[in-house]
Design a protein around this ligand. Structure first.
Ligand code: ATP
Ligand code: MG
Length: 425
């Protein structure tokens, strides 16, 4: 049975909205569910350069709030017709990899020979959730990966089956509490509620991978500005997530420092002339690098392209080496031979070649695939996470912690978390 059998879809015609709070840009997508399998058509888009976010984390609430408000307004205006003039109320937001952590737990329950029901599954999940509770972090994903009934392995969906004892292995993801609260505060100040949260790399995977890749084993690397986020998929599920706290911003910063130019010029030069790997002619190709503090700004200052690539390549190699290390240290480097790179920083020329060399895997580039009417401007790899947030919201409701879902159904996720917190501590 396909892992799809376990998905829980938002009803047709629901409106869904995602806010991707990144170090480089903040993006908002509003969509409408158009079928019974959580298919989404985009009806509103807004994005702009972020302020008040560093390394994926909010460092200036007021600046972040103002950018969020403007971004949401733009998307709302575009979606006005579909929203029938109502303002946006709820959004799903991303949890940056730096604030998230994977946990693996298993739990067993007695089912006494009756047909296994949804409730039995929830009982097992809630028993497992108890094992990761802590006052310092919040549970954000509960993903059952394998079930066993009376010792028989490989069961993807136990509902309707009969046995005495059911065991479930679960991948749980937690988020650090303080940054999560800052994010929620920022969203609430923008007069929005947090309907759900999803770790960035998981969302990226949901939007760029095809079902076979998720099934057979594939690693997604979301190369952002401040963070490189990792998600490993197998058997249709995300089985591990992690991050390296370095991204495209560090590459730009290296260029600005070594070439003594402004970060704005470094960014432009990087995207126009950068490459992850040098080629034969780079020595002879000269690039004009405007110098900081130069009296005569119009006087050109030339450097060979090879020098630029000599700055970019080691930094990207470092990021990818760290990724490989994280995968190896956590026993997931041998899960499939495929890697999909996405995120804004994956647009660097020749990056797949470099990644194949460092990771020793088959590497391709990924961009958001699964949404209808996605405008060209937001169809690139930088919007993979944003698009995936909508997919998560429309199709994966049941991965939000079962306790929270079961104990209080009405209200926003944030209210449920607060309620749940009060009940449990
Ligand atoms: N053509 C390009 N070549 C290389 N790098 C690029 C290119 N276009 C954009 N980038 C880099 O992509 C990065 C932004 O990526 P993205 O929009 O995915 O980041 P983000 O989601 O805002 O950040 P994060 O997820 O790290 O918080 C920037 O560092 C930018 O320099
Ligand atoms: Mg991002």
């Amino acid at each position: 049975m396909s892992a799809k059998a376990n998905l829980q879809y938002k009803p047709k015609d629901s409106l869904v909205a995602a806010l991707d709070i990144g170090s480089h840009k903040i993006a908002c997508l509003i969509g409408r569910v158009i079928d019974d399998q959580g298919g989404i058509e985009i009806v509103g888009v807004g994005y702009q350069g972020s302020q008040g976010i560093k390394g994926g984390v909010i460092v200036d609430l007021a600046a972040a709030e103002s950018t969020i408000r403007q971004t949401v307004n733009t998307a709302e205006n575009m979606a006005a017709e579909a929203m029938k003039g109502y303002p946006l109320r709820e959004v799903i937001i991303n949890i940056p990899g730096v604030n998230a952590r994977s946990h693996f737990v298993s739990a067993d329950i007695q089912v006494h020979g009756h047909d296994i029901t949804d409730n039995d599954v929830r009982r097992a999940l809630s028993k497992a959730q108890d094992q990761v509770l802590s006052p310092d972090y919040e549970l954000i994903h509960t993903i059952p990966v394998h079930y066993k009934i009376d010792g028989h392995e490989g069961i993807r969906d136990p509902r309707g089956m009969v046995g005495q004892e059911m065991e479930v292995e679960i991948h749980m993801v937690t988020a650090d509490l303080a940054p999560l609260e800052n994010m929620a505060e920022c969203i609430e100040r923008s007069h929005l509620d947090v309907e759900s949260v999803c770790v960035s790399s998981y969302a990226a995977g949901l939007s760029v991978l095809v079902e076979d890749e998720m099934d057979l084993g594939c690693t997604v690397i979301d190369m952002g500005a401040g963070v490189t986020s990792i998600a490993v998929f197998q058997g249709g599920h995300m089985i591990y997530c992690d991050h390296v706290p370095i991204g495209g911003w560090h590459v730009t910063n290296d260029i600005a420092k070594i070439m003594t130019c402004s970060t704005a010029d470094a960014e432009r030069i990087k995207t126009l002339y950068g490459s992850a790997i040098s080629s034969g002619n780079d020595e002879n190709e000269l690039i004009d690098i405007p110098q900081i503090g130069e009296v005569n700004k119009h006087e050109p200052h030339h450097e060979p392209r090879s020098k630029l690539i000599g700055i970019i390549q080691p930094r990207l190699e470092e990021i990818l080496e760290f990724v490989r290390q994280r995968l190896e240290d956590n026993g997931v480097n041998n899960v499939g031979r495929r890697v999909v790179l996405t995120g804004g920083a994956s647009q660097m020329q020749n990056i797949t070649e470099l990644a194949e060399h460092v990771l020793d895997k088959r590497v391709s580039l990924g961009r958001p695939k699964r949404l209808y009417s996605l405008p060209d401007a937001v169809s690139g790899p930088a919007f993979a996470t944003t698009a995936g947030l909508l997919i998560y919201l429309a199709q994966h409701q049941n991965e939000m912690p079962a306790e929270i879902m079961a104990s209080v159904t009405p209200g926003t996720l944030w209210e449920r978390i607060k309620y749940w917190w009060k009940e449990n501590w």
